[in-house]
Design a protein around this ligand. Sequence first.
Ligand code: NOJ
Ligand code: CA
Length: 700
Amino acid sequence: MKNTFFSCFFILFLVGFVTAQDLKSPNGNLTMKFHLDQNGTPVYTLNFKQKAVIQESKMGFVIKSDILLNSGFQVAETKFQSENSTWKPVLGEQKEIQNQYNELKVDLVQEKSKRKMSIYFRLFNDGLGFRYEFPVQDNLRHFIIQEETTEFNLTGDHKLFWIPGDYDTNEYSYSTSKISEMQSLVYDATHVPLAAQTTIKNLAAQTPLMLKTNEGIYINIHEAALKNFPAMCLNVNDKTYSLSSHLVPDAVGNKGYIQTGSFTPWRTIVVSDDARNILSSKMILNLNEPCAFDDVSWIKPVKYIGVWWEYFTGGGSTWAYSDNQDVVIGKTDFSKLKPNNTHGANTKHVKEYIDFASLNGFDAVLVEGWNEGWEDNTAFKKEHIYSFTKAYPDFNVKELSDYATKKNVKIIMHHETTSSVSEYERQLKDALTFMVDNNYNAVKTGYVGPIIPRGEHHDGQQMVNHYTYVAKEAAKHKIMVDSHEAVRPTGLHRTYPNWFAQESARGTEFESMEGIHPDHTTILPFTRLMGGPMDYTPGIFQGDLSVYGEKKNKLSTTLVKQLALYVTMYSPLQMAADLPENYIKFNDAFQFIKDVALDWDETYILEAEPGDYITIARKTKGKQEWFVGAITDENSRTALIDFSFLPAGKNFTATIYEDGKTADYKTNPQSYNIRKVTVNSKTKLKQKLASSGGAAISIK
Ligand code: NOJ
Ligand code: CA
């Protein structure tokens, strides 16, 4: 009798009454409060140092066929858990990462339907991550998400660093504005030439979204571990300053096919009153699963040059071998076509690049335009565009593979798919085998243009699965992947470290097209790079493209800022993108690119303000050697570089690559000076940076 009474009481206590829960970060600075409102809707808030960062925000899903997984809930059970451990990334900004958080798991059940959903909240010292679980249950197995209804209700008209919400691209320029100013800017922001573009009609922004409040709180909203789920864009209500999730739909408008017994990606909110802590946050990586591979010995950082920039300079070099556009893969005999004599990826020319790479200590040479299929200008219209196993007649695969091996250089494979994705999947295993047979260990993939299957989007569930499939298949062949135009990263390089870099933002190629703003690279680390390394392809020394012919483009930076990017834009894959002739011409500045490391023991964010400036120091993995990069936007400034990251009591020689006295990105970009100074842990250096300039320092 006593027992029955007790258990009844216990169940009542759990179901229905436990509706509010608090969670604190390990250092106590952040507080997350969870409760169910009067409709049984899950609601959370987030406070930083006693101040609201996220006001009451609803959570949940609307499921197709009128199922609501966002109201009518009761709390069945809550569980607390804590973690404090460290782990080592295969490649990274630091050799060891601390994973410390307090977790609250809330099991929810809908009273009438008995449908269940759980929410995991993890509160770290640097932010909040939460995700939904759809547990295996009797009344729900397969379902289609119509929309996720997670809100991020902000406390005011914050400053925002944003690109428009889009299902197919992240290659926009950033706008900096108040939330209330977005509407007046969105027309210009979206009316730009991009190869594939599906902008969200109502006001929306892409993640990672960087915000700053009037009180100087920095907030970054993104997601972690995006797998088998569409990417999340954010609807923006510019009257209430409310953001809400907007998942990328598929071709028929559905937003995710789910089987119960699964999790959503984590929704992430990184918070600090110091912008530097946003850049040093490892929360997104911590929310990803550990490395999925036992053997990672084949995963290495790569510094490369490429038969690449010459296609963008306007100098006449082409990806295509001939001018005959009526080619059909598998039918056309390319050896019978009349060559156009401008084909860049020919054996002789590639050998020159291999020689240059070998001479200057580069790991690899990217070769684009090596394979059949680049002729057809209307390529987006057809499915069978490229062969990934047949080279053009003037590209001798075997000869080049042997030559590269002899010179201790790898060739980086290129798979531009122009988004004919089903065809790429059909060829993938053959393509990977072809790579292994010919001694390739890395591939740059590309998804220019609209997706085939038609109607699918770059950032939808199907494509999210495609990118992960490619990374996993490549790993089976010990091949590293650098994807361009793929969905923006969410820290999956922790789990699949061979997927070691991505583009997924406006990169250097745009310096030859519509241009890049001087503040772009001071924003990217706070936005796109929050999810993972970027193949930004810096290193352009000759920024005046009129020297090559038709184009009039001028680089948006000084030459020295190009050097600093190797430190400020983290990636274990770094390109020296310019033509070898320009590196020969500026040989002393080129030395920095040759020296700079790609993999690090430690990273020190010395100065940072999104949109304005970034100064970062890093210690080379396994070496007593450091590199510093400082960059600024269009405003010249004096960086204050504090060398206290150096071991105490020892002097070191620092080689400083600095903007010349009259350097200016518009009028005098190539002016630079190189000097050597002695530094130690007490040195504080005032370093002048030109307008859109920088400083790059190597310390031994
Ligand atoms: C776009 C990529 O970003 C660029 O690097 C590449 O050269 C072209 N596509 C062609 O594949
Ligand atoms: Ca691109």
